[in-house]
Design a protein around this ligand. Sequence first.
Ligand code: NA7
Length: 296
Amino acid sequence: MRVAFLGLGIMGRWMAANLVKAGHEVAVWNRSSGKEVEGARSASTPGDAAQGVEVVWMCVSDTKAVESILFGPGGAAHVLTEGMIIADSSTISPSATVRFAERVKPQGVSYVDAPMTGSKIAAEAGQLIFMVGGEESVLARLQPLFQAMGKQTFHMGETGKGQATKLVMNLQIALIFEGFAEALTLAAKLGVDVEKLLPLVQASMVRSGVVDYKAPFILNRDFSPNFPLRLMLKDIHLALDAAKESRVRLPGLEAVEEVYDVAAEEGQGDMDYAATLTLLEKWAGVEVKAGAASTK
Ligand code: NA7
């Protein structure tokens, strides 16, 4: 298929590369220059990338970024033609997604929200899991692209439901990781060896994919970004906004938001969200270390 891929960040560059690898004709665009994908045409604007394609796929930071690459100067919406599909793998506001879809509908353009789970490693391996909102027939047309970038696609309902689902998924990741990080911090303070604790966690009902994924990074003190803290904080804000719009209270997530706010203020925004552990450690005066629990 002819695809425009907009946004070559941590996730997007691998997704676009996998589309090229699968034999699709890809034009890429990124806001800042110097990011390219081998085998893809580098376009000068989102509109230039979208010229004459069947699908415009986006993967940028936030709601404002999506709005600007679609509707801003040089945006993709200016060159859309009947029958084209817009697919958005950014994590953004569900209500804004519905508004964007309504804006392009008169041009005969279908809009699918397709945020994903699985971080950098899954993007690189083409093993992402997509949660998708949109019409069944449009999803069917996108199957070759989903297959090139991911391993599973879950159809959650009409446009906007993919984003709503993503927020409730990341709400759980943030709360599960916070529980794990707080447990490790208290364990260190109480003198429980983390290397003895982890096999117990894995053998018990406490076990989770989040713990499986994050524990090795924590033991290596590797907080380089697989999923940057600033993006998890953005998703926490999106979930709290959606909760407010629908009059739902989320006291646990509100508490976690404060931890992320402080961590971001302390300059950890570009580190992995697992770096929130170091803030808990600082407050407790301990460091979680393999082999021994030491007091700083
Ligand atoms: P990254 O690695 O932070 O990449 C973000 C991308 O979004 C990157 O290409 C940015 O361009 C682009 N961006 C950010 N703001 C804008 C604006 N205003 N206009 C156009 N492009 C913009 O994020 P990930 O790849 O990890 O994640 C992408 C999304 O998937 C995000 O919603 C996650 O929550 C899930 P830059 O290179 O900075 O010029």
